[in-house]
Design a protein around this ligand. Sequence first.
Ligand code: SAH
Length: 499
Amino acid sequence: MSGRYGHQPNRHLPTPVSAPLFPLFADLQGRRVLVVGGGPVAERKTEALLHAGALPSVGAPDLTPRLLAWYEAGRIEWIDGRFDPHWLSGVWLVVAATDDADVNRAVAAAADASHVFANVVDDRELSTFQVPAIVERGPLQVAISSGGGAPMLARHLRRQLETLLDDSWASLAELFTRQRRRIRQRFPQTAERRRFFEKLLAGPLPRLYRQRLHAQAEQHFLAVLDEHATTARGSVAVVGAGPGDAGLLTLNALRAMNEADVILHDRLVSEDVLRLGRRDATYIEVGKSATGHSTRQDDIHALMLEHARTGKRVVRLKGGDPFVFGRGGEELEFLRTHGIPYEVVPGITAAVACAAYAGIPLTHRDHAQSVKLVTAHCKDSFDTLDWQSLAQERQTLAVYMGVAGLEGLRDRLVAHGRAPSTPFALIENGSRRDQRVLTGTLADLPETARFHQVRSPALLVLGEVAALAGTLHWFGAPPVCAVAPTHSRNLPTPTLQAA
Ligand code: SAH
């Protein structure tokens, strides 16, 4: 027999070891595929084949309960017995998934002889096709292959892609599939079609899908199709960056930071978090700290507006959660007034993060049934607080921005009936490398903070649960239990012991 490539059958041509696999997406709808083996691995492969609409024939003396259920439901065929090369007749592919190396080899040899592609699970040499790692978003599939040589690497990459591709991709793929004919009619030339898609993807479409505004997304699509869409409008994502540990960012926060053209961040946002943002974004610190330089809220508003109006994707990145003492509400009101589209990504707020990282459960059946998040940074804000209710027992107070006003805080709480022996924990730089936790009792709170020079950012947890930091701590240095003898109060150099 003489083919186009000469007299030798192709498979005998010397193939360089490094020859890449030919990537292929096979349409198995309604086609028979043989799976040899009836154990858990065969079950996984069969499930993937069913997902692709194939008709699996499973050949094995025994089946797992799930395989058996599929057989009983008529979804798969079952060939009861040990492998026989005849099983291969009429199948498009074969998967060998037994734990018997001889059987797997026999399957591979028989498949080769009848020109059926074979995948032998975990055996690159015996396989004539590989099953890639897959990231699926609706009709969109990303397949990753290491050629069978480094499946762990492919899986690792798959996990990274899983986190990067939100499910707006599925909606986009569905929309483009649905409108394919129309798009082709409207833009018959490839180049103009490409421009059309680029314009769509750079615009608000992905965001509209993320916000589950499907009707608006469709409308926008049609407007761009008819070239009625106005020039690209920017948007603002108000994003919570968490307390500092970059691992506490949400996937949505990470995505927003990856897409941003401009990142307006508070000083409270840690370096570790900022490092994860898009490299070529413009970073602008709009820090507000109790002491140093601060950007006025009006200036922050103006910056958001300026950049969004020139079509930029702006991320307004805030420490913790944007809606917990973060003025996120005001920023949204401002954006709404000016017709700038926005989205909000919540973050882990300092109270939740600091408590967790200090080993303090904010609620506890034995000690506290409620938590109050309070901010108390100046005298004015003190006067508006309901001290009666703050001083109640069996609740936990999480006090933000409390370092400056601790004295007033203690005095008022005690005056309203909270026991001076109530435990506290002060958590400085919670979740960060330099986290420090001080514990003690309400009576000595301000003196302890002063003696140990607690600096912002620090969060105060007050209530019986705070004492649990002593036993449940797990992160960084153990808490410093500060004991201040009563006579030392208010002295310039109190004699405190660090345990
Ligand atoms: N929106 C933020 C709070 C902003 S107010 C959030 O949800 O966390 C700023 C105050 O938050 C600080 O003064 C401090 O009390 C607290 N804070 C923020 N990050 C902190 C951290 N890593 N450790 C301790 N306190 C923190």
